[in-house]
Design a protein around this ligand. Structure first.
Ligand code: PXP
Length: 249
């Protein structure tokens, strides 16, 4: 178990979503990333989707050039994305399942059924010095499978917990949080570095941030949404403060 600082990775995909609504270059995701770093982000996450619906290839290159903090490249485990990662050399790559028709990444990777597909791609990224994480459902058996695949990091999908919290379903929220806790404890015991993310808001981040095994949270949509009302600087600072309060009550 570890109680090291909980890092905040800010996902800037939806700055690109707003930009792409009108084409052109404004608002610029790199500018948002730099602002988020000023406000306390420890890293920046960006998901280059197959359909390029938000982040574009040129954004990834510009983020790599312009950032002084780690870039976490979220990607499907396809040959195209592996080639882009090997070319860009981000600090980290987070492998996610991707379906064209989904609005956002709906579930974790099938790392048991997808083992043969994933293993060589994880190896290629790791050999290039890129830290690989697997975006997975919070289940102990999946931690075992991630360990067997040789990935050093897992990111636990917090979507079901956040959905329950948004619906004020206290019993389900507690059950989902317990699932995350069990997976975090089990994964940490296996030597995996534990991250978490998806759907987290100022209202739901506390109980997840309080889990001592979790080393990094990746948060996007709610920060960009809150930024509409309070500005990105304030939104990131508020999130950072909520995480710190939960971690060190
Ligand atoms: N982590 C992963 C692996 C994701 O796919 C996403 C969504 O792109 C996030 C974190 C951030 O989720 P949200 O935008 O809901 O905060």
């Amino acid at each position: 178990m570890t109680s090291e600082k909980l890092r905040l990775g800010v996902n800037i995909d939806h700055v690109a979503t707003v930009r792409n609504a009108r084409g052109g270059d404004y608002p610029d995701p790199v500018r948002a990333a730099l602002l988020a770093v000023e406000a306390g982000a420890d890293g920046i996450t960006a998901h280059l989707r197959e359909d390029r619906r938000h982040i574009r290839d040129t954004d990834i290159a510009a983020l790599k050039r312009g950032l002084s903090v780690p870039l976490n490249f979220e990607m499907a485990a396809t040959d195209e994305m592996v080639a882009i990662a090997l070319d860009t050399r981000p600090h980290a790559a987070c492998l996610v399942p991707e379906k064209r028709e989904e609005r956002t990444t709906e579930g974790g990777l099938d790392i048991v059924g997808g083992r043969e597909h994933l293993a060589p791609r994880i190896r290629a990224l790791a050999e290039a010095g890129i830290r690989v994480s697997l975006f997975v459902e919070p289940e102990p058996a999946i931690m075992d499978a991630a360990r067997a695949l040789g990935a050093p990091v897992v990111e636990l999908h917090t979507g079901s917990y956040c959905e329950a919290a948004l619906e004020d379903d206290d019993a389900r929220t507690a059950r989902e949080l317990a699932r995350i806790r069990r997976a975090a404890e089990h994964g940490d015991g296996l030597g995996l570095e534990i991250h978490a993310g998806h759907g987290l808001t100022l209202g739901s981040v506390g109980p997840v941030a309080a889990l001592p095994q979790i080393r990094e949270l990746n948060i996007g949509h709610s920060l960009i949404a809150d930024a509409i009302f309070v500005g990105l600087d304030r939104a990131v600072r508020d999130m950072r403060a909520a995480m710190d309060r939960a971690r060190h009550p």
